[in-house]
Ligand binder design. Structure first.
Ligand code: G3H
Ligand code: 13P
Ligand code: ZN
Length: 311
């Protein structure tokens, strides 16, 4: 089974009322935990690499690890650039074997976003690679950008047809109230998503796959374990899982998850060291961390995304 694009995955997900998980990867244990979970649940999979991940692990290492995961699991896997911010970065990932890239022009004006996105689409499509664009601006922290809540803005449904037609993108990330990182809502604030915007976007783009970024639930159990084992995380509120299930049943075909993976790994490692303060072999603490990632991803696939059995 070679690397695949997300085209078939999204078509089936749209028709079936479920979503594909797009999980961020940074090292071998994360890739193994995710892919073993997907294999056991027979789920299609998107592994996504941010520019921070690429700087951390190097493109070639991540690519070879993903190729190894494909050989090991036999799964259809799409490898995707998360939040590409320049044409050059997208080009480098396309030339380096990625099957999907995101060009995130959401920080630019509408016209500049269209011009940049179209430039990437033209290059990508000529090489059989698919492209995700973004309209609207999510709050929160990514590696290179920190968007304050005041600078975040919901997607304007009136712009989506023009954006998709003029750029030729294959999927569209929209802003409906999710945000990046562990602190998505203020303490005491009730999580809310603008499903009316999602509904309006999908009416204007029938059958077109929509992407939800910033979709970690910030699972409270992990935050609790972190804080019980020497951590000092303030109250963190994520996206409730019933909202993600609802989005998956609508036009959302790709749901991005990174923070929950980080929390699962950190909770496990903190707990391990608290219980075994004299241990120092990385395999000892990375083994339960990898297992925790695996059980988290199984939970997401089966209980949230609904893509089990769809590979
Ligand atoms: O949306 C951002 C992802 O969580 C990737 O985060 O840029 O720190 O690797 P990163
Ligand atoms: P979270 O921070 O909610 O996991 O979002 C990840 C993401 O959107 C990656 O692009
Ligand atoms: Zn994102």
């Amino acid at each position: 089974m070679p690397l695949v694009t997300s085209t078939e995955m999204f078509k089936k997900a749209y028709e079936g009322g479920y979503a594909i998980g797009a999980f961020n990867v940074n090292n071998m244990e994360i890739i193994q935990g995710i892919t073993e979970a997907a294999m056991e649940e027979n789920a299609p999979l998107i592994l996504q690499v941010s520019s921070g991940a690429r700087n951390y692990a190097k493109h070639v290492y991540l690519m070879k690890l993903i190729e190894a995961a494909i050989e090991d699991t036999g799964l259809p896997i799409c490898v995707h650039l998360d939040h590409g911010d320049t044409f050059e970065l997208c080009k480098s990932c396309i030339d380096g074997g990625f099957t999907s890239v995101m060009i995130d022009g959401s920080h630019h004006s509408f016209e500049d976003n269209i011009a940049l996105t179209k430039q990437v689409v033209d290059y990508a499509h000529a090489k059989g690679v698919v492209v995700e664009g973004e309209l609207g601006r999510l709050a929160g922290i990514e590696d290179a950008v920190n968007v304050s809540a005041a600078d975040a803005s919901y997607t304007d449904p009136a712009q989506v047809e023009e954006f998709v037609t003029r750029t030729g993108v294959d999927s569209l990330a929209i802003a409906i109230g999710t945000s990046h990182g562990a602190y998505k809502f203020k303490p005491g604030q009730k999580p809310q998503l603008r499903f009316d915007i999602l509904e309006e976007v999908s009416k204007r783009l029938p059958g077109f796959p929509i992407v939800l970024h910033g979709a970690s639930s910030v699972i409270p159990e992990y935050v609790k374990i972190i804080n019980e084992n020497g951590g000092k995380m303030p109250d963190a509120i994520g996206i409730p899982e019933d909202m993600l299930r609802k989005a998956a049943s609508m036009a959302v075909c790709k749901i991005n998850i990174d923070s929950d993976l980080r929390l699962a790994m950190t909770a496990s490692i903190r707990q391990y060291f608290n219980e075994h303060p004299d241990h120092f072999d990385p395999r000892q603490y990375l083994k339960p961390a990898r297992a925790n990632i695996k059980s988290l991803v199984k939970h997401k696939i089966v209980d949230v995304l609904g893509c089990n059995g769809k590979a």
